[in-house]
Design a protein around this ligand. Structure first.
Ligand SMILES: Nc1ncnc2c1ncn2[C@@H]1O[C@H](COP(=O)(O)OP(=O)(O)O)[C@@H](O)[C@H]1O
Ligand SMILES: [Mg+2]
Length: 357
């Protein structure tokens, strides 16, 4: 396995800047996920790493070797696409072994590796079938097999689970995590699904509009989002955002009056005062209070999510949601006293959208 370094990569298609001054690295045996909405430049970045696209600017190092001029076939990288791209006329056996065959591996070696790989993936009994005779999940495993069998330096996976139904996707998510951990593979994984990114990765590269927003562990980006975009993109149900004013250490907005901690006030003082800010609070960090409180909202809708309720509330121009246990039965229009876990709130600059804390 190998490490990967991207330095100041930019890719332009005419006037479109698909990837803008991108720098990140993948350590040996690390699982790194590029995550962001559709069109943010994830596939373009993977294609540049694979050598299928040439960067307009910047440098690529694979295993510490400057690789911009190395052709895709010599980069020793395996790529798995959303579409699987299996050869329909070939059996599973030939599909998995094809990359070795064109690299002129010995027939016996091909057979050995194909069998090993198929067994490893739990598809050893399907080697004589053609892709049309397989389920979506089985095809996905064949596509993975074709990548793994070559023992490449680096795996690139572009939305490999998007074509699977929800249940299978959840299972494959766990399977892939185990698989690459067993292989000690260096992986760059691409998805628009923040939950997939959170559950599978050692580190996430959160992207928007071709620009890296934040690089960090799942906990890191969840607990300490660097800006409003990351805060809203990572986590479901989404973080609540409310425009607020701060006066004498207290946050005010429709339905909200909350004293800040000394630490938070210090951070605001260091950052510089603004007329208005955006307060962020995750739904799981808002609780319903039995006693009177200074945060009061009216119930709009109660969603039964099975294990819990997601309650949507409003007060004036503010709309928020919270997650609650099912031991209560709130009614539409009912007023609820709430408590925000102040230490877990976030504050953003209303103009630059940068996180103040
Ligand atoms: N070959 C191309 N020619 C022109 N524009 C492209 C090309 N490939 C991608 N783009 C544009 O670059 C941006 C990033 O695309 P892409 O990397 O495919 O995003 P993602 O994989 O995150 O959905 C988009 O605006 C897309 O339309
Ligand atoms: Mg894409």
């Amino acid at each position: 396995m190998a490490n990967l370094v991207l330095k100041n990569i930019t890719k332009k298609f005419g006037k479109i800047v698909a990837v803008n001054n991108f720098s990140f690295n993948v350590n040996d045996a690390e699982f790194v996920t590029l995550v962001g909405p559709s069109g943010c430049g994830k596939s373009t970045t993977l294609n540049i790493i694979a050598g299928l696209e040439e960067p307009t600017e910047g440098e690529i190092y694979i295993d510490n070797i400057f690789s911009n001029n190395i052709s895709p076939s010599k980069r020793d990288i395996a790529m798995v696409f959303q579409s699987y791209a299996l050869y329909p006329h070939m059996r599973v056996r030939e599909n998995i072994g094809f990359g070795l065959k064109i690299r002129r591996f010995d027939k016996k070696e091909i057979q050995k590796r194909v069998t090993e790989t198929a067994d490893f993936l739990g598809i050893g009994n399907l080697l004589d079938r053609k892709p049309a005779e397989l389920s979506g999940g089985q095809r996905q495993r064949v596509a993975l097999g074709r990548a793994i069998v070559r023992k490449p330096k680096l795996f690139l996976l572009d939305e490999p689970l998007s074509n699977l139904d929800a249940k299978l996707r959840t299972q494959m998510r766990a399977d892939l995590k185990i698989l690459f951990s067993d292989l000690k593979g260096s992986v760059v994984y691409v998805t628009h699904d923040q939950l997939e990114a959170m559950t599978m990765s050692d580190r996430l590269v959160v992207m928007n509009d071709g620009i890296i927003q934040q690089i960090g562990s799942s906990d890191g980006v969840y607990d300490h989002p660097s800006n409003l975009f990351v805060a809203g993109f990572i986590g479901s149900p989404m973080m609540n955002f409310v425009n607020v004013k701060i006066e004498r250490g207290v946050i005010y907005s429709d339905g909200i009056e909350m004293a800040l901690t000394k630490q938070q006030l210090d951070k605001i003082a260091t950052y510089g005062y603004k007329k208005e800010y955006i307060l962020g609070a995750r739904p799981e960090n808002i609780t319903i209070s039995k006693s009177e409180s200074k945060i009061c909202f009216e119930v709009e809708v109660v969603e039964d999510a099975g294990a819990e309720y997601i309650i949507h509330l409003k007060n004036g121009k503010n709309r928020i949601s919270l997650i609650s246990e099912k031991d209560i039965s709130p009614k539409r229009g009912e007023s609820l006293n709430l408590q925000f876990d102040v230490n877990k709130t976030h504050l953003f600059d209303i103009d630059t959208e940068v996180a103040i804390y």
